[in-house]
Ligand binder design. Sequence first.
Ligand code: FAD
Length: 426
Amino acid sequence: MDESHVVVLGAGLGGTIAAYEIREALKGKARVTVISKGDDYWFVPSNPWVVVGWREPEAIRVHLPSVMEKRGIAFTGAGARQVDPDANRIVLNDNSYIDYDYLVIATGPDLAFDEIAGFGPAHHTVSICETAHAAAARDKFEELCANPRPIVVGAAQGASCYGPAYEMAMILDTELKRREIRDKVPMTFVTPEPYIGHLGLDGVGDTKGLLESEMRNRHIKWITNAKVASVEPGMMHVEEVNEDGSTKKLHDLDFGWAMLMPPFRGVAALRGIEGLVNPRGFVLVDKHQRNPKYRNVFGLGVCIAIPPTGPTPVPVGVPKTGFMIESMVTAIAQNLKEIFAGAEPTHEATWNAICLADFGDGGVAFVAKPQIPPRNTNWSSEGKWVHLAKIGFEKYFLRKIRKGESEPFYEKLALHVLGIKKLRFD
Ligand code: FAD
């Protein structure tokens, strides 16, 4: 039988589970191929633990070819060089190509370190966005512990992922206290957010109060409404701005170790394709996760375009967290099922934001339903349980990826008990 071909581009948090769910939803109707960059899946949310040596990179790696094969999914780690949606074709880095009937784009972010002089792991700051970056950041952290100096943590202007920045700051604080050298390491948190705990979501519950209080208790100073002008070896130049965008103060921050979340943009294989992506290369999708121009293309995860919650003096992007991404995956799998049955897609992801921010000795959890305020659920809480829940999330997610499970029953049950739905109409 001449089956249709569904290609999933990108095998990160969203792409891997999308492949499993789509395979399940379209059994016997379509073959599924995953194209990723490299053969491994890395559990990115554990990267801050890699930096302080609480996790070995190997422990959060899943080798994908054998897992995909077991699930009957074709896989290549060659990476896409160029997507050609007019020809329904993807040209790979090895010059081969793959044609598709339906394409699901899940390529995550391209890390735009080059937008700030001296920024990023190729220059003077470290990164936690990839596990290999986190492993290199760990070497630099060990050097810092041998020769204590100040630390700068946070996010650069235009970043759209803040939870890991707060996690990193608190985890470093916890580890430095364990090593009894915290008193020798002053810490500054630098962020474009207009206030601590904004998180790109205009706060969730009392994240402002909770996170400010954590920072004060841990003696972490902060600079909000901040723009990084440039970085030199051991020195970061930061402009703090007023409400109207005018300069409030210039800061020269001395550091021995610095990590700021970078601004994100779409990956090179997609950038500049009229109608498929916006000017920053993020995939345009409608409420069914479908591209308005190329109707056989869907997008999910960090690579899709979402407008900010509201204007801020310095650009602050909206984060796309794990559960929000899972809700996009489920919507796409169900929409493809409808399309294959000859119907129009009806499923919409809820885009509810649920996040666990671990601090090593505690943490903050929040639920934003919906993502943009005013909300029906606007809840945040803190405690030691968050650290344990985050370990549970890691174990559960890695198991899910290794087993190729699309959604075990207990997950559905737990989410149901919390009153959280992945789809708007289920
Ligand atoms: P990714 O997981 O980044 O996957 C993208 C995939 O596409 C990668 O495998 C990449 O190699 C591949 N790819 C890229 N370009 C190409 C190409 N040209 N061809 C083929 N493949 C390509 N969210 C939470 O909910 N909880 C957390 O605790 C949490 N912690 C985070 C910690 C960090 C350090 C970061 C950076 C993010 C965190 N997030 C967290 C946010 C979010 O859940 C993750 O970023 C998540 O990995 C995003 O999933 P994704 O599938 O969109 O992209």
